[in-house]
Structures are given as structure tokens and as C-alpha cells.
Design a protein around this ligand. Structure first.
Ligand code: PGA
Length: 298
């Protein structure tokens, strides 16, 4: 397996956004296998229009700052190019939902990380449970993650336990195993930058399988426990932004993002509706504003 994490350009791309102490919120929409051109165009135009009309929905600094809200949408491959054009100068980021581990060649039906970068992507979701359930293994995901980093895509690595695993009390053990085996470098940090303190340009998403698309979000206590655990697990890599995903909606986004170790959300169903996604983005801004008020008051 290639360990591309020593690739300087990949580190630079991540570092530019993640910084050493990322204190913003990342709100990512995963459209999954949804979207035909007409509907998708209307959705993107509505998002852009909301951003133009509501300052709190327009991320400041286009992701260069460390304390702002960054929005991203991950449409299916067929829509990447048109969505990029419909977005125009809007500061939303574009992501894909998967990539292949190899650079190019005889891999019919697949899309390489280089192609995604070429299409204007900044992000790539990897290891989503819907792909793991279809047979994708953690070692395969690790190779894809290495490919994404080689091409300056920030990977959003998804991990999550099933209901049976949670009920058996195995949640943290399952997550630790998935995390360690889905990374192309050691969690201890020794392989990430030749021994330096540069943070890994990756994002980690905790998505309990039983909460995805069910309308049944994890409880705040469950999310807090897992995110605190993942913060410890990733400590040697610097501040890895931690997202929660699984039935995030306008009504629960603020309380989830107000948790100390939640750096944002990965949103499926609610990202297909401009008003709902916009409200989740506003919730992120509100949480950040609340934090800076209390910091200022302290
Ligand atoms: P959901 O999906 O928000 O529809 O539960 C989340 C995801 O799968 O990323």
C-alpha cells in the first residue's frame, strides 16, 4: 500500500484550511444517489440565493479562517461539473462520495482522485457505511484515502457501529478498529509528516449505522461520549475535525454542534432541501457566535 501522506502538496492543501487549531464548523451535504440536473440546479441556486440574502449563511473567509462556517455539498459524480458551474463564486465547497485507489487505467466504471480534483473537488467522502455494507473493507478505504491525499482532496473518513454492536457494548472498540485500519498511516502520528507536528489533513465523521436515514439520531450523550473518545484516538494527528452524521436536521443541528468535540455535521436527507440545509448552516453560525460571546464574556 502506498503511504502518500508524506506528499508535501497534500499536507499543504489540508493545512491551509484545517490550520493548527480548527475552531470553525464544517457542514457537509451528502446527496447520495439523488439528483437529476433540473432539480439539482434549483437546489444549488436556492442555496446560493440564501447565502446571498443571509449573511450568516455565507461562510466568511472561504475556508481560510479557522473560526468560520464552511459549507460543502457532495453530489453524485454526474453532477460535479454542473454543480461547480452553478455555484459560481459562492464559497461552498464541492465534494465527491467516493474515489478509486489507483491513479488511472482499466477500472471500468470507477473515478480516480485525480479526476475529482480535476472536476474541482476539495473533499471526498470515504468509507461511508452504505459502501462498507456493500463490501468495501477498511484496508481498501485506507488505499483510497492515500489516493485522495495524493491529489490534495481532504478525505472525510466515515466510521460507525451497527445497532447490534452498540447493544453488545462494542461501540468504542468497533470504532477504534475501523479508524485504525481505514487510515494509510499509523494513528500514533509517527508516519504522518516525517515525525513533525503537522496535523493530518483529514476529517473524521462518526455516523452510527442505525441513525443513518432512520430519523433516529444518536442522543447527545452518545455523540459526546464517542467524539471525546475519537478526539483522544486522533490526538497525535493534531486537531482532526470530527463530524457527526445520522439523521441530522434543522431541529437538532444546533444542540449537536454545541457539543464540545463536534466540529460539524454530515447531512444526508436534509441536505436535499435548500431550506433545511440552510437552517443547519445557520445553526452552525449561531453555535459559533454563542461560543465567541461566551469566550468574550469570560
Ligand atoms: P442522513 O444521512 O442524514 O439521511 O441520516 C447521513 C449520511 O449518510 O451521511
Amino acid at each position: 500500500m502506498t503511504n502518500s501522506f508524506t506528499n508535501a502538496s497534500a499536507k499543504d492543501a489540508g493545512a491551509a484550511w484545517l490550520g493548527g487549531e480548527f475552531a470553525g464548523k464544517l457542514v457537509v451535504g451528502n446527496w447520495k444517489m439523488n439528483g437529476l440536473a433540473t432539480d439539482a440546479k434549483a437546489l444549488v441556486q436556492a442555496l446560493v440565493a440564501q447565502g446571498a440574502g443571509d449573511k450568516s449563511l455565507a461562510p466568511q473567509g472561504q475556508g481560510q479562517g479557522q473560526s468560520d462556517v464552511q459549507l460543502a455539498i457532495c453530489p453524485p459524480f454526474t453532477l460535479l461539473n454542473p454543480v461547480r458551474q452553478w455555484l459560481g463564486a459562492a464559497p461552498l465547497w464541492l465534494g465527491a462520495q467516493d474515489c478509486h485507489a489507483e491513479e488511472k487505467g482499466a477500472f471500468t466504471g470507477n473515478i480516480s482522485a485525480a479526476m475529482l480534483r480535476d472536476a474541482g473537488c476539495q473533499l471526498c467522502i470515504l468509507g461511508h457505511s452504505e459502501r462498507r455494507q456493500a463490501g468495501e473493507s477498511s484496508p481498501q478505504i485506507a488505499e483510497k484515502l492515500a489516493a485522495a491525499l495524493r491529489h490534495q482532496l481532504i478525505p472525510i473518513l466515515c466510521i460507525g457501529e451497527t445497532l447490534a454492536e452498540r447493544q453488545a457494548g462494542q461501540t468504542l472498540a468497533v470504532l477504534a478498529e475501523q479508524l485504525a485500519s481505514s487510515l494509510p498511516f499509523p494513528l500514533e502520528g509517527s508516519g504522518n509528516s516525517g515525525g513533525g507536528a503537522t496535523p493530518a489533513p483529514i476529517v473524521l465523521a462518526y455516523e452510527p449505522v442505525w441513525a443513518i436515514g432512520t430519523g433516529l439520531s444518536a442522543t447527545l450523550d452518545q455523540i459526546a461520549e464517542v467524539h471525546q473518545f475519537l478526539r483522544q484516538q486522533t490526538a497525535a494527528l493534531g486537531h482532526v475535525p470530527l463530524l457527526y452524521g445520522g439523521s441530522v436536521k434543522a431541529s437538532n443541528a444546533a444542540e449537536i454542534m454545541a457539543l464540545g468535540d463536534v466540529d460539524g455535521v454530515l447531512v444526508g436527507g436534509a441536505s436535499l432541501n435548500a431550506e433545511d440545509f440552510g437552517q443547519i448552516a445557520v445553526a452552525a453560525s449561531t453555535v459559533l457566535a454563542g461560543r465567541s460571546v461566551s469566550t468574550a464574556a469570560a
